[in-house]
Design a protein around this ligand. Structure first.
Ligand SMILES: C[S@@+](CC[C@H](N)C(=O)[O-])C[C@H]1O[C@@H](n2cnc3c(N)ncnc32)[C@H](O)[C@@H]1O
Length: 203
């Protein structure tokens, strides 16, 4: 099935730098969270980044992790390749990597799954250690997502707040203070009622 990507095709040039006010801080924190949340990744592991856009996050992973991106937008794939990232053209609803991967990520795109539980089951079939993705809790009920993950066979779920703003560049101390709130439990959950997202790790 052809995926409608026109909206992203026209934004492919400089996607990562234009989609995030402070793309280095945003993507570095996202990459760090992928490493920290859920089961550990080790030297030599492979990571598959579904709906990767221009693959900008690849610059923030350690060199020992082998990165492959997948995106349904041809111009995004071309932009990623121009930046020397290994990215293939594909639809997250159907794509299966040639070999199993240690980790699969999917950021700002889980809602492109036509059938969320079927997508989780497909990702589980080729993901050896963890599936990591983000979710806006004001758009989706966490319990429904957790039920779909369990229905797809994932047994362990971990959830962490992600407090780096997309569209505002904060001064360093303020950004650090906001990130420190991620671990504050009730205060973090209060903030999530109004802004920001959760990162899930399913294993
Ligand atoms: C909001 S962007 C997110 C890009 C990147 N993950 C990020 O967080 O910056 C959504 C991306 O999903 C891609 N996309 C949309 N539907 C897709 C699908 N069915 N399979 C793979 N990629 C898809 C778009 O081309 C676009 O690059």
């Amino acid at each position: 099935m052809k995926v409608a990507t026109e909206k992203y095709d026209v934004q492919s040039e400089g996607w990562s730098t234009r989609a995030y006010a402070d793309s280095a801080s945003y993507l570095a924190h996202r990459a760090a969270m992928v490493l920290q949340i859920g089961p550990e990744l080790r030297e030599g592991d492979t990571l598959l980044d579904l709906a990767c856009g221009d693959g900008g996050i690849a610059d923030f992973f350690p060199q020992w992790l082998t990165y492959t991106g997948v995106d349904a937008s041809e111009p995004m794939v071309a932009a990623a390749r121009a930046a020397d990232h290994h990215v293939v053209h594909g639809d997250l609803n159907e794509y299966v990597p040639p070999e199993p991967v240690a980790a699969t990520t999917c950021f700002r795109a889980v809602y492109y799954a036509r059938d969320r539980r079927a997508f989780f089951a497909l990702a589980r079939s080729y993901t050896e250690r963890k599936l990591v993705f983000d979710l806006n809790p004001r758009q989706f009920r966490l319990d429904d997502v957790a039920a779909d993950l369990r229905g797809a066979g994932f047994e362990h779920l971990e959830l962490r707040p992600f407090f780096v703003p997309q569209r505002i560049r904060l001064p360093g101390p303020l950004a650090a203070g906001l990130r420190a709130l991620e671990g504050t439990g009730p205060l973090a959950r209060l903030l999530l009622r109004f802004r920001f997202t959760y990162v899930f790790a399913a294993s």
